[in-house]
Every structure is written in structure tokens, then in C-alpha cells.
Design a protein around this ligand. Structure first.
Ligand code: ASP
Length: 365
């Protein structure tokens, strides 16, 4: 037999419970006030932080400033981790992910697996600005962008195509495509230089999976203006040579990027699967709300990820994660910080007076 509670008493109990416990427990312990304007980005974002700061000083909303900043990197064919020139999936197709979030309205926008559109962060901004939705994917995201006047273009540069071919040809030593060490004449790129492993760029990480190098890289950018309003975005071509359709952390709100206007913002680069499974950016913001500095919050998230990494192929001989993740955080009062799982991470920052790139402290040496 089913017992039906009168609706009013059910709501009454819930409201009282919420007021007494859950809501009270999540109230900020340290209300943060506006401070100096500040911008933080991944290490490949020096030009981006400068652009974002200049835009905010000219009056742009922080999320718009963030998107215009990262556009410099999306447009750069030499950055093989983002936008135009990004490394393709296992079929040789560039699929991009991006997200944005606007602190004052707590509204987010994202696109995933979008093809042939160079600036996915700008499309994510339009999803946020013009729709009631948060995320559009694949063909729908592309059609949405084309309707708004974004141009369809080939994003696979010759350099990225040749890197993909080389990855494919070296995949299986037993197949009929000869590996590098079997070639009759060493391979050369278009400039006549020997084709080596992709050199590592700032913000780009090489992750070895079953002896095969995969490259990850992304740009995250968080910005706060003098009024304490926060905006952020993350944009990427994701894990190189991924399974078509794979979505990383970058477009997932709370994983690759998150904003809470009362607290600040956070973002992530590196192994997206680890960040998604720990809601990394959401967790960093919550930890800042509890009083941690941005750097402490980043280290907390990395420890959380490390403690929950169970697959043996993702651990080194000492039981530590063998992959990198870098977290970036910015507080409403203008304090910024970053940390990485393994040495090698860096972050770019800008204030009204200075900008630069700093090494991020690592959880493990
Ligand atoms: N986090 C991105 C992804 O997993 C890649 C990266 O940041 O390197 O798609």
C-alpha cells in the first residue's frame, strides 16, 4: 500500500531541513570582496592574458574579454593544442571542445566535437548568450555557428596532418605501414627537416598510453574585473588521435572550467578524463569558498585526483599518477594561483601593471 504525504507537509519538512542544514553548510565562510582586476591562463596564454586585461580595462565583460583573449591562441596555426592547427582525432579530423561561463548571471555555454569552426570558444559564448541551453555538440553545434555567420574552414594544417600520418603509421609495428625505424629513407617534413616527435609546447603535454605518445593541450583563461565580476573559458582540440566523438573536460561545466561570481573561477588542462571524474574546477572553487588560496585549492584537487586514480596503467612504480593535470584558479579579490600534478606546468597571468609566465608548483616531484 502506498502512503501519500500531504504536499504541504512534504514541502514544509524539506524547506525546514534545507534551511537548517544543507543551505547553511554551503554558505561562504569567507565572503570575498572585489579587488584588483586579474587574469590567469595556461602557460600558452601570455598573449591571451594581455589581450583579456586590455579588453577589460576598455570596459569589456570578463567573459567576453576571456574569449577574445583565447581567440589569439585558437587562431595560431603553430599551437597544435587548440583551434586551427590542433591535432586531429584518430580519423585525421579536428574536433574541438570549448566552454564559457559568466559570473554575474551564472550562465554557461559550451560546444563539443565541433568540426571546421576555428573559434569554438566564440561559439560557446553565443550558446550562452543566445540560447536557453548550455551545450551543443557535433553537427548541431556547427549548424548553430554557421547560422550566426561563423565560417566553415579546414582546420587541419599540413603540419598537424603529417603528425597524424606519422602517428598512424607508427601505431602497429606489425602492420604494412613502416615505422620510423624501418623506413628505407628517413622521413622529412615539408622544409626538409627530419620529422621528430612533436616538440612539446607550453600548455602541451605528451602522455604515453601503451607506448604510444598522445598529445594534450588546451587554453584555459579566467578573468576578474575591478567590480569583482568573473568570467572564464576553456578551449581545446582535446586529446590527439582520440576516438571520434570523445569529449574531454574542457566543455564540461565544473570539470574543465567553472565560475562562481561570489568566489572566483577555476580551469584545468591535461588529462581530461581524470578532471571530469573529480569535477576538478567545481571542487577548486568550492575549496576557495571555504577559505583556501587559489594555489591551495589547485593542490587539493590534484591530491583528490591522485587519491582516486586506481588503474595501474595510470600509476608509476611509486603509485603516483603518471599523467599530468594543471589546475588554474582565480579569486574574486584578484588573487591567482596554479599547480600541476607532475613538474612542467606553468601559467600566464596579468594584472593592470604586469604580466608574465610562472612555473606552477607540482604535487609530486
Ligand atoms: N584537457 C584536455 C582534454 O582532455 C586536453 C588538455 O588540456 O591537454 O581534452
Amino acid at each position: 500500500m502506498t502512503t501519500h504525504l500531504p504536499r504541504r507537509s512534504f514541502l514544509g519538512v524539506s524547506a525546514a531541513t534545507l534551511a537548517g542544514t544543507a543551505l547553511g553548510a554551503s554558505a561562504p565562510r569567507m565572503p570575498l570582496r572585489a579587488g584588483a582586476p586579474a587574469v590567469i591562463a595556461s602557460g600558452n596564454g601570455l598573449a591571451a592574458v594581455r589581450e583579456a586585461m586590455a579588453r577589460m580595462q576598455a570596459g569589456a565583460d570578463p567573459v567576453v574579454a576571456a574569449v577574445r583573449g583565447v581567440q589569439i591562441v585558437e587562431d595560431d596555426p603553430d599551437d597544435m593544442s587548440v583551434g586551427y592547427g590542433g591535432l586531429p582525432n584518430e580519423d585525421g579530423v579536428v574536433q574541438l571542445d570549448a566552454s564559457v561561463m559568466h559570473g554575474p548571471t551564472h550562465k554557461a555555454g559550451a560546444v563539443a566535437c565541433i568540426e571546421n569552426i576555428k573559434n569554438p570558444a566564440s561559439v560557446a559564448l553565443e550558446v550562452m548568450r543566445r540560447t536557453d541551453h548550455v551545450m551543443l555538440v557535433g553537427e548541431g553545434a556547427k549548424r548553430f555557428a554557421l547560422d550566426l555567420g561563423f565560417k566553415e574552414e579546414n582546420l587541419l594544417t599540413e603540419r598537424a596532418r603529417r603528425a597524424w600520418l606519422r602517428w598512424r603509421d607508427n601505431l602497429n609495428p606489425g602492420d604494412d605501414r613502416l615505422d620510423d625505424d624501418q623506413l628505407v629513407i628517413p622521413a622529412e617534413d615539408a622544409d626538409g627537416q627530419p620529422i621528430g616527435l612533436l616538440h612539446q609546447q607550453p600548455g602541451m603535454h605528451v602522455e604515453w598510453i601503451n607506448g604510444v605518445p598522445y598529445t594534450t593541450g588546451t587554453i584555459h583563461l579566467g578573468a576578474v574585473n575591478a567590480s569583482g565580476d568573473v568570467g572564464a573559458c576553456t578551449t581545446t582540440s582535446g586529446l590527439s588521435y582520440k576516438i571520434p566523438g570523445r569529449v574531454g573536460d574542457s566543455p564540461i561545466i565544473g570539470a574543465g572550467m567553472y565560475v562562481d561570481n561570489a568566489v572566483g573561477s577555476a580551469g584545468a588542462t591535461g588529462r581530461g578524463e581524470a578532471v571530469i571524474q573529480s569535477c576538478g574546477s567545481f571542487l577548486a572553487v568550492r575549496k576557495m569558498e571555504e577559505g583556501m588560496t587559489p594555489e591551495e585549492a589547485c593542490l587539493f584537487v590534484l591530491r583528490h585526483i591522485a587519491d582516486r586514480t586506481k588503474r595501474r596503467d595510470l600509476l608509476d612504480a611509486n603509485g603516483r599518477p603518471n599523467f599530468n593535470v594543471t589546475m588554474y584558479a582565480l579569486r574574486k579579490d584578484g588573487m591567482v594561483g596554479s599547480a600541476c600534478m607532475l613538474p612542467g606546468g606553468s601559467y600566464a597571468f596579468a594584472t593592470a601593471h604586469e604580466s608574465g609566465v610562472k612555473r606552477a608548483p607540482s604535487l609530486f616531484s
